[in-house]
Design a binder for this molecule. Sequence first.
Ligand code: FAD
Ligand code: NAD
Length: 474
Amino acid sequence: MSDKFDVVVIGAGPGGYVAAIRAAQLGLRTACVDEMVGKDGKPSLGGACLNVGCIPSKALLDSSRQFHNLNHLFAEHGISAGEAKIDVPVMVGRKDRIVKQLTGGIAQLFKANKVTPFAGHARLLGDRKVEVQFQDGAQEVIEAEHVILATGSRPIQIPNVEFDGELIVDNVGALDFDAVPGRFGVIGAGVIGLELGSVWKRLGSEVTVLEALPDFLGAADADIARVAQREFKKQGLDIRMGAKVTSATAQDGTVAVRYSDAKGDHEITVDKLLVAVGRRAYTGGLLSDEAGVKVTERGMIEVDEHCRTSAQNVYAVGDCVRGPMLAHKASEEGIAVAEIVAGKPGHVNLDTVPWVIYTEPEIAWVGKTQKQLKDEGVPVKTGSFPFAATARALAMAEPAGQVKIIAHAETDRILGVHMVGANVSELIAECVVAMEFHASSEDLARICHAHPTLSEAVHEAALSVDKRAIHRAN
Ligand code: FAD
Ligand code: NAD
């Protein structure tokens, strides 16, 4: 049997499912093939993001934040509630229900938009034919005018550290512990390491993070990374920089982790070990030789600025191509490609994709760091403002952090905005809009911001670029 579609999307993560819905909205006959199954063994749409990434991690971050605040913040408000306890299976069950609700929601959206789902593994043959292998061993070949590859990414493994799914885990395992580990080790002080390290730290684990590089959060602006590192240290996260892990061995219910740093060789023992050293584009079993799709040495599908691959009418989006591995970037590419396929213009500006790290305080940025601009020889001026000088942050008892705006020294155009503090995941949106509209720092400074809100820190940082912040000495 062979079905024919205008568009076949492979992968139903935020890149693929969004592309499929948009293509169907535009009147294209669309199918989406995905092989992921949920904890119940049934097909589960939404990819890594909904099943084992963004959503479950944010659910646990929120639960652990409530627990932490009850233990450490509420007393300042005069609230006490006896001894706080955490029931980990209940917390994980709540996370699982949110995942189920959202993945089921995509199935409903597919139905409403008339996207045909195929639950199985897809392999791209020649001439845009897609072979689907179902769980029960059955096979079907579907044909398409256009194919969109959105197969995502998988965690990178390091030598001498084997995942066992129990004691040595990746993100999937670390989202599903049934009890708080006494000692939690993390390899990699990146986004996953900091977010999941924070979850288990807040719930009571002793957390040690081993990071190979000497500089903390190298992708973030140095001023912001410094504030974040100080706050994480205060919270008791033991982050060891310049620590190169040589091996990890699970034995008798614990893990021995060996690493070396400038001072020599060391060994620590932990109860659970998370390996979070980055992710790699995933194309396992996807491309036949006849498909004609080129892959880079690092395993990424090669695409141009419109997400076109080397094969005609075959596109690729999201984590399996260049650019940041972020859900919203994947979705924007999915929409752009669906629109291109439908004959409309479609484009994603990778220079204004915002980054958010959902720790406490949160970290967010858009555009370039001061170091990047210095290396490029771009003359800049900067303005910054601490949350401690805003009334709202003080009222919330969350004064840590700051906003920093970097503008071109001559034109005043905003080139980067970097934040650490409460709710910066939301505050960054204003700055993305500003940069998309090529705003100057003066534009932001002239916009009226509601009082008392955290957004006043953005306003004051913009004023401070011109040394005219009101609520601090310039
Ligand atoms: P994916 O979401 O990986 O989806 C790919 C899908 O394709 C999967 O369902 C896979 O099973 C399927 N597939 C692969 N090969 C085939 C095949 N041959 N046949 C059929 N199906 C196939 N990003 C954010 O922006 N914000 C966050 O807060 C955030 N938190 C994260 C937390 C964690 C713990 C992790 C691991 C990631 C997080 N990310 C976050 C990153 C985000 O999850 C990814 O950038 C995003 O999921 C990429 O979307 P995608 O559609 O490209 O791929
Ligand atoms: P990452 O790239 O953010 O961090 C990996 C860290 O591991 C780096 O600091 C790196 O220097 C370090 N490292 C690499 N090899 C090492 C080794 N052998 N020993 C010790 N440290 C080592 O990767 P991640 O945390 O695995 O996350 C993967 C990607 O998933 C992120 O880059 C991001 O794109 C996405 N993600 C996003 C969010 C979010 O948007 N909030 C959350 C989680 C994940």
